[in-house]
Design a protein around this ligand. Structure first.
Ligand code: DOR
Length: 431
């Protein structure tokens, strides 16, 4: 079965393309990319036509930071519902954090995740293996075995690796296996019992704060550990302006460090906590205006490499409680595109740069054969309308959880269709 995506604006940063192109897909792959009118009648013959006029066609988005809760917490999200949520958000690939139950610290859990994802056949799932056994921060996991089973990186996300010696060893081993370590940078002794950013708002509300220094110190520690170990550091969900500066300086020295930001960290400040909304609670917490300014600068000058959602589904029972007792985290897959398009509309970066940070750049960092639409590549594609306006309604989310602070926001930017290996896995018209 042949498909022709016709008349759209193709933005494919990996191949330096931004313009009107037609795309032919056959046998799971991109068969042809051509300027309008250039395709021979023969190459279109019998093709199903997708009219993409007025729409943007891009490589499917890649989210390197999601929490699907299977195994262990299926009432919050399963691999299937998580993948459906990803597809609805325009993501064709996701990397799943290991804080499941059991933790993904062994081959059997990695294989379980891969098998489930394959069975459901919705989007590509790349498991991330734990750095330490049980995320306890005491002993390294079987990192080599995890790599053989198919993990694409190591992380204890949700928790930091506090022990310096252990982290040093983690960098050494991860280098042997050619994979990066993703750090949840948080000095726990500085954030203990904290539930929001430390600052004016936390003082006014009488809530215990988590200072940005907790992030900065660990980012700096990990950067210090890189030269001798030869490890690769990827900083998860960067939220502090000072941390952005630390990454900038490390990159200037040529150290192998990359980082990501989650849309909520540039869309909201800690003011959002003022009415004690548990959906404004996440780790790291929402920061202040100056941090957002630094994040925007970091996105502009590529200090911040990629955008990742930190999709963290939680059920009502975990969230509809007192603010300080609620779980950390919000769902993000189905709001990432419109929230990030706001930065394009505010000229923080171009549309093409945004797409690079959602596609080719994560593929490059994590060595995935995805994120580009050249001839012969797997046809993972998103088609979206950057101008379509609508109101976010969490009840419409495919995710099993609805914990989002963006419910009711009027936004621009709608996913029209998501295609994985040539097959439509989400279509706005049938939803
Ligand atoms: O807010 C968060 N929620 N941050 C994390 O690092 C973990 C995540 C979760 O697993 O719920």
């Amino acid at each position: 079965m042949k498909t022709l995506i016709k008349g759209g604006r193709l933005i494919d940063p990996a191949n330096n393309r931004d313009g009107l192109y037609d795309l032919v897909i056959e046998k799971r792959k991109v068969q042809a990319v051509a300027k309008p009118g250039e395709l021979s009648a023969k190459s279109n013959e019998g093709a199903k036509i997708i009219d993409a006029r007025g729409l943007i066609v891009a490589p499917g988005f890649i989210d390197m930071h999601v929490h699907f809760r299977e195994p262990g917490f299926e009432y919050k999200e399963t691999i299937e519902t998580g993948c459906q949520s990803a597809a609805a958000g325009g993501f064709t690939s996701v990397a799943t954090m290991p804080n499941t139950n059991p933790v993904n610290d062994t081959r059997s859990v990695t294989e379980f995740i891969l098998r489930k994802a394959e069975e459901k056949g919705i989007v590509n799932v790349y498991p991330i293996g734990a750095i330490t056994q049980g995320l306890r921060g005491e002993k390294l996991s079987e990192m080599g075995d995890l790599k053989d089973a198919g993990v694409v990186a190591y992380s204890d996300d949700g928790r930091p690796v506090m022990n310096n010696e252990l982290m040093r060893r983690a960098f050494e081993y991860s280098k042997m296996f050619g994979l990066p370590c993703i750090q949840h940078s948080e000095m726990l002794d500085l954030t203990e019992d904290g539930c929001m950013n430390e600052g004016l708002v936390s003082t006014e509300l009488g809530l215990k704060g988590m200072p940005t220094e907790a992030e900065d110190i660990m980012v700096y520690r990990d950067i210090c550990l890189l030269p001798k170990t030869g490890g690769r550091l990827h900083v998860a969900h960067i939220s502090s302006g000072n941390s952005v500066e630390l990454v900038r300086q490390a990159k200037a020295k040529g150290l192998p460090v990359t980082c990501e930001v989650a849309p909520h960290h540039f869309a909201l400040t800690d003011e959002a906590v003022k009415d004690y909304d548990p959906n404004a609670k996440m780790s790291p917490p929402l920061r202040n205006k100056s941090d957002i300014e630094a994040i925007r600068e970091g996105l502009k000058d590529d200090t911040i490499d990629i955008i990742a959602t930190d999709h963290a589904p939680h059920d009502l029972v975990d969230k509809q409680v007192e603010f300080d007792r609620a779980c950390f985290g919000i769902v993000g897959l189905e709001t990432a595109l419109p929230l990030t398009l706001r930065l394009v509309n505010e000229n923080v970066f171009s549309m093409s740069k945004m797409i690079e940070k959602f596609t080719s750049r994560p593929a490059e960092i994590f060595n995935l054969d995805r994120g580009a639409l050249g001839v012969g590549k797997i046809a993972d594609i998103v088609i979206f309308d950057p101008d379509a306006e609508y109101v976010i309604d969490v009840q419409q989310f495919k995710s099993r959880s609805k914990n989002s602070p963006f419910d009711g926001w009027r936004v621009k930017g709608k996913v029209i269709r998501t295609i994985v290996a040539g097959k439509t896995v989400f279509s706005a018209s049938s939803n």
